[in-house]
Write a protein that binds this ligand. Structure first.
Ligand SMILES: [Zn+2]
Ligand SMILES: [Zn+2]
Length: 165
């Protein structure tokens, strides 16, 4: 099954293609362009920042780490329209789980009311959140997702500095 080249979410239905890469939506496609710029950063530089963030305090609650990428999933519907998204944040396990359970509750309340995708996607997103809360990133090593996110942040910083000149 196809996976989004940016956020690594499995693309169940639809998505956007750019060359041989597939993305969930336009946002991921824009971020994908950034990711290609990010590939030019030096590995040592990225690894240094990844370690710093992983061992640092949580950017959400300032609590103790380890800090990593936690992705929550939500869906909402309005009769003939259903929208779903995956939302990665960099945080500690507690904040990550809080957000996963929050998005599960959000989806349970607002997800169903569309036909047919609301009925299809609501259980999918709820299960993704609950499964994710029990199988988060390993605490002892930074995940590949964290490295990817840090690379993007460094690239964004680099791009904005280049544009500022
Ligand atoms: Zn995506
Ligand atoms: Zn936190």
């Amino acid at each position: 099954m196809a996976r989004c080249a940016y956020c690594d979410t499995t693309i169940l239905f639809g998505g956007k293609s750019q060359g041989d890469r597939r993305y969930c939506n336009n946002t991921c496609m824009a971020n994908g362009a950034m990711a290609q710029a990010a590939a030019q950063l030096s590995d040592a530089d990225v690894r240094y920042h990844v370690t710093l963030v992983h061992r640092g305090n949580c950017p959400q609650c300032s609590g103790q780490g380890p800090v990593d990428v936690h992705t929550s999933h939500r869906v909402w519907s309005a009769v003939l329209m259903t929208q779903w998204s995956s939302r990665p944040i960099i945080s500690c396990q507690r904040c990550g789980n809080k957000r996963k359970l929050g998005d599960a509750a959000f989806s349970l309340v607002l997800g169903w009311w569309g036909f047919p995708w609301g009925l299809v996607m609501t259980p999918v997103q709820v299960v993704r959140n609950i499964a994710g809360a029990f199988s988060g990133p390993k605490p002892d090593v930074p995940s590949d997702a964290l490295e990817k996110q840090m690379r993007l942040r460094l690239a964004a910083h680099l791009l904005s500095r280049q544009q500022g000149d």
